[in-house]
Design a protein around this ligand. Structure first.
Ligand SMILES: [Zn+2]
Ligand SMILES: [Zn+2]
Length: 240
């Protein structure tokens, strides 16, 4: 019976809530049609992710290097575009793996363009920002993992989705002030025992970054395990 329900449920769900393009064009059967996805194409001015001073690429600038273990941050699009806010919200609160796949593909292209010209002797490891198991049970879905799976498959880079662990059940960052966020996250992450990342380059994937506090905390743990370089990659950077 359970198997039967599992099989039939997506079809029933689709009848009640048919898949429709979030871009508002009225097209069915896709969460984001190619036409509407063009609205996300924007040239973001490269900047240091910490001080946010414009520069020629998205590396952490030399002045900020002492403040973060991150090497840089790749951002797909501008958070001011209403469509990306709608997409991020849908990814977070609904089970939409198909949308995660579409957005993962777009972010993968951006990551690839950021690293062209650099010879990748060792393929970078893709790693999603983990959710605490309790929050994952509540939500049933880690949107960062969904993006990461898509990115790794498009680029044919390795993915390690289960070695970084969220040990503290932190309060949702969005409801906290900047100072509270930093305290909230203190030592929230750890690596699975015995994991060594010597000389590796890691790209941490999340849906949205605000202060980079979450990415910093992840990067700190990864660097302690020997990672040579840790980058972040997100769909957008919110201003809050
Ligand atoms: Zn559309
Ligand atoms: Zn800087």
């Amino acid at each position: 019976m359970k198997k039967y329900i599992e099989k039939i449920w997506p079809a029933v769900f689709n009848l009640i809530f048919p898949v429709k393009c979030l871009g508002g064009c009225g097209r069915y059967d896709t969460w984001l049609c190619p036409q509407c996805s063009k609205r996300l194409e924007t040239t973001l001015q490269p900047e240091c992710p910490i001080c946010r001073i414009p520069q020629f690429d998205n590396h952490v600038c030399s002045a900020c290097r002492t403040q973060t273990p991150l090497s840089g941050l790749i951002v797909l699009t501008d958070y001011q575009i209403p469509l990306i806010q709608k997409i991020v919200h849908t990814l977070k609160y609904q089970f939409v793996t198909d949308l995660g796949e579409i957005m993962g593909k777009m972010l993968a292209r951006k990551i690839k363009s950021e690293f062209t010209g650099q010879i990748q002797h060792i393929k970078p490891i893709i790693m999603p920002v983990p959710l605490h198991w309790r929050r994952k049970n509540e939500r049933g879905f880690n949107q960062a993992k969904c993006l990461a799976v898509s990115i790794a498959s498009v680029l044919d880079w390795p993915i390690k989705a289960d070695i970084l662990i969220r040990k503290a059940y932190t309060r949702p960052q969005a409801r906290l002030s900047r100072a509270e966020r930093l305290i909230n996250l203190k030592s929230a992450f750890e690596l699975k025992r015995g994991v060594v990342l010597s000389g590796q380059k890691v790209i941490i994937i999340d849906d949205v970054a605000t202060t980079t506090a979450t990415l910093n905390e992840c990067a700190k743990v990864l660097k302690l395990a020997g990672a040579k370089e840790v980058w972040g990659a997100v769909l957008a950077r919110s201003q809050k």
